[in-house]
Design a protein around this ligand. Structure first.
Ligand code: ATP
Length: 457
């Protein structure tokens, strides 16, 4: 398969089949925002549910949280985001393109520069004539400046009497500020995790790459609290690495060859973190962070304790007072989706197939009448469609010819297509076609649910 323009092909498929659209498209589009269409919404939902099932429902040491998106400004002062959550940006003087300085350098001279100061970045950009503008090709940059990524919101409707809050820049802070609430209201015992899936907002400026980096995105984060005197953080960290790896390779069925771990250097790592590693995926535009894992020590709870003037420590059964330490796996649901699309996109002789794991495919089954203008076939197909819907997310398709319908369902990864033909009216059996092998099998209608259930695990 020619992979040189894979991202363009995926983007075109997403639009053609109702997975992802440009945000505000009819008004000319709004950069770095996207809307998910019917198939994309199902896919997102399946990824989100699978994550939740794996990390919350299937474990006995993790509980859930759904915190407010609009949040008190002090949260972000305590976390360091209002001061430090800023990207270094440069503008091209010639064409006015604005870019993150680290991305520009990384793209042009393949050098990792996270953690470098503004001055150091500026020095690299001005002394390397290869760091040219990706838009106009000139080397004419402004100085490097910082822009804060948090979105401020003004609460209250009377001008002059409004108070400042922020749209959250990460879901993680919700876990820290509710730590005490959760300890006091549920039966959690160290070590335990608090998990949350929800929208986060960052005023990011980046060109292209679909939903990889957007202004608004969904995060799935987990804060795993433990007693640092009782547990070896290195062992716990490695255990989390294995869990993340298993989720991606086994639950999502992603090819291991497209994954790797990358440890942050001392320069790059946040000052409060003792170790950070990124699980990177080989996107069509190169290996990039998919999922971060950080040992954040007791920094966050201590900070919120200090800023809120509340005691956020807990007392263990022996009476010992502990401020737990925390290990945080943090991933974006939209980034998982983009990885899944990239990994499952397959071109075959005369079709394109998304080879999605059946668990996350937007639709599990599609039902067609062989001919859309034969009422007796349509009626029977509709009956089967309605009864299958009770068990599986099922679609009905009566457009075009059978070949076109298979083509359309393959492109959104529907594992099984069922055709009702004239014989069905005689023998009460249908043709079931498998997405991957394209093999067709006659199955009695009464056995359909059991047959599909077995295949769709
Ligand atoms: P990056 O270095 O790519 O900006 P980050 O290290 O700031 O990411 P974290 O704050 O660790 O990211 O966020 C955790 C996860 O959330 C990331 O691994 C990624 O999957 C996702 N994520 C972060 N920012 C965005 C964004 N703007 N759009 C989509 N997903 C994002």
């Amino acid at each position: 398969m020619d992979e040189s323009n894979l991202m363009d092909k995926i983007t075109a498929l997403c639009k053609r089949r109702g997975l992802i659209f440009q945000g505000s498209e009819i008004y000319g589009g709004l950069a770095n925002t996207y809307d998910y269409g019917p198939a994309g919404t199902e896919l997102l939902r399946n990824i989100r549910n699978l994550w939740w099932d794996y990390f919350v429902h299937k474990r006995s040491d993790v509980v859930g949280l759904d915190a407010s998106v609009i949040s008190h400004q002090e949260i972000w002062r305590a976390s360091g985001h209002t001061a430090g959550f800023a990207d270094a940006m440069v503008d091209c003087r010639n064409c006015k393109l604005r870019m993150r300085a680290d991305h520009l350098i990384e793209e042009k001279i393949k050098k990792k520069v996270e953690g470098k100061s503004l001055q150091e970045l500026e020095e690299i950009i001005s002394s390397n004539k290869d760091v040219i503008c990706p838009n106009c090709g000139k080397h004419d940059w402004t100085s490097v400046r910082k822009f804060n990524l948090l979105f401020p919101v003004n609460l209250g409707i009377i001008e002059g009497d409004q108070s400042l809050a922020y749209l959250r820049g990460e879901t993680a802070q919700g876990m820290f500020i509710n730590f005490k609430n959760i300890v006091d209201s549920s039966r959690v015992k160290l070590p335990f995790g608090i998990a949350q899936i929800g929208k986060s907002f960052r005023n990011e400026i980046t060109p292209g790459n679909s939903v990889f980096r957007t202004l608004e995105f969904e995060q799935a984060e987990l804060e795993y609290f433990f007693d640092s005197e009782e547990q070896d953080w290195k062992k716990l960290f490695d255990a989390w690495k294995n869990t993340m790896w298993d989720f991606v390779t086994k639950a999502l069925n992603i090819n291991e060859n497209n994954l790797r771990w990358r440890e942050h250097s001392d320069e790059e790592r946040s000052f409060y973190s003792k170790r950070t590693e990124d699980l990177e995926y080989k996107f069509p535009f190169g290996f990039k962070e998919l999922w971060g894992l950080a040992y954040r020590t007791d920094y966050d709870l201590k900070q919120h304790g200090k800023f809120s003037n509340k005691d956020l420590s807990i007392v263990d059964p022996t009476g010992k007072k502990i401020t737990p330490h925390v290990i945080e796996p943090a991933v974006g649901i939209n980034r998982l989706l983009l990885m899944i699309l990239s990994d499952s996109y397959t071109e075959e002789k005369d079709r394109i197939v998304l080879k999605l794991s059946p668990k996350i495919a937007p639709y599990k089954v599609a039902v067609f009448p062989l001919l859309a203008n034969k009422p007796e076939l349509v009626k029977k197909a509709e009956e089967i469609y309605k009864s299958l819907k009770e068990n599986f997310v099922t679609v009905f398709d009566g457009r075009g010819n059978i070949g076109k319908r298979y083509f359309a369902q393959d492109e959104i990864g529907t594992p099984f297509c069922i055709t009702v033909d004239f014989e069905t009216l005689e023998d009460n059996a249908v043709t079931v076609r498998d997405r991957d092998t394209m093999n067709q099998k006659r199955i009695k209608i009464e056995n359909l649910v059991a047959y599909l259930q077995k295949k769709l695990v």
